[in-house]
Design a protein around this ligand. Structure first.
Ligand code: CA
Length: 379
């Protein structure tokens, strides 16, 4: 038994030097997170992370979830998941309630791994790969007078830093400007670097299809969130109309949310976020559903080193999609915007090496948390 003794939420926030935005229009001036710490009676500590507004996640955990898991065995992780979900689903079947559960689930898997002396990926089926090819997420909108130039400069930094794949933001209110910007980046990085675009769901169906056809000519590999996530019929239309892959799902939750996307083949690629969609326990089920419907699973990642490590274990245990002599394995989203919690929260940062990132091999999530960073940025 690994009896859960204490649940602590660390809400952290750090200012960033160069605020940026996407098509959503909100300005990122800080980076923050709700980091979940769970301690067992034998003194084992597990770490998890919740995606989204951190005070809301903390509130869900402190008022709804923590009292229900104290005294239970961390190894009953899926029993706990089902119990928490059934407690919350009448008013929280999607969104922050599930993000809060995700942080708990990840922390419990960290405890199980540390108790067994095995990395999480060994507990969820094993590693199909020791390293994961990473793509750089960046190329947000920062200087509105230099949108094309800044994108080119940033893309070249990633290329020279060793990335073989880059994802850029689009959705500047002018498809012509979007196209000019993608064109300039493609020209600068050359044909050998994989390039994806992310619209953060700012287009209508006809606008997305029209722009998508032009992006295909620039060898853009996937079109992420072309349209609003609620419009599943629209996703079916865009996905069928375009040759390029259509991706989405970072704002979808649980197997029930993803069931409707994959069974209708509304997207070619689903992107569950392990810190949002339900943690390891649920994302494994989501990935299995996707496989059954011939849909690729390439997780979304946007968080601290805890979310990064969890995502790497999850990807390590995903089969090639599909298996082949020289498969194209799922990519790891290595977001590159300023974030001290990604770069400094672990005593040893997770870094890019030859375009790839190593899957952690130490027990649990395989990272050690520097508590001074939690203290420095505590809210
Ligand atoms: Ca995205």
């Amino acid at each position: 038994m690994s009896v859960i003794k204490k649940v602590t939420c660390h809400v952290v926030s750090a200012p960033i030097a160069r605020p940026f935005t996407s098509s959503r229009g909100w300005l990122y001036k800080t980076r923050g997170s709700c980091i979940v710490e769970i301690e067992t009676q034998d003194g084992t500590i597990g770490w998890g992370e919740c995606y989204g507004p951190s005070q809301v996640a903390r509130s869900f955990i402190e008022t709804q979830f923590a009292p229900r898991i104290i005294g239970r065995d961390a190894f009953d992780v899926e029993v706990i998941w089902e119990d928490l979900y059934n407690r919350i689903k009448d008013y929280g079947a999607k969104g922050m309630a599930i993000a809060a559960m995700s942080g708990i689930d990840i922390a419990l898997w960290d405890i199980i791994g540390k108790t067994c002396g095995k990395p999480v990926h060994k507990l969820i089926g094993g590693a199909f790969r020791d390293t994961v090819t990473a793509y750089a997420t960046g190329l947000y909108f920062i200087d509105m007078d230099r949108l094309v130039e800044e994108a080119v400069e940033e893309a070249l930094e990633y290329k020279h830093g060793g990335f073989s794949a880059i994802k850029m933001k689009i959705g500047l209110g002018s498809p012509k400007l979007d196209l000019a910007r993608v064109e300039a980046v493609r020209k600068a990085i050359g044909d050998d670097i994989r390039l994806m675009v992310d619209a953060n769901h700012c287009f209508t169906v006809p606008a997305a299809i029209r722009l998508g056809r032009e992006l295909e000519k620039l060898d853009v590999e996937w079109f992420e969130e072309p349209i609003s996530p609620e419009d599943l019929d629209g996703y079916v239309q865009v996905t069928q109309a375009l040759d390029m892959a259509v991706a989405g799902g970072e704002n979808e939750y649980t197997r029930w949310g993803f069931r409707d996307i994959v069974s209708r083949k509304a997207m070619d690629i689903i992107q569950p976020d392990i810190c949002a969609a339900g943690g390891f326990s649920e994302c494994r089920k989501i990935a299995a559903l996707a496989t059954a419907h011939g849909v690729e699973c390439v997780p979304h990642a946007w968080g601290s080193v805890i979310g990064v490590a969890a995502t790497l274990h999850f990807i390590a245990a995903l089969p090639d999609q599909p298996p082949s002599f020289r498969p194209m394995p799922p990519l790891f989203e290595f977001e590159q915007c300023e974030n001290p919690f990604r770069d400094h929260l672990a005593t040893e940062p997770i870094v890019l090496h030859n375009g790839s990132v190593s899957v952690p091999t130490k027990p649990g999530l395989g990272i050690d948390i520097d508590r001074s960073v939690l203290a420095k940025y505590a809210v």
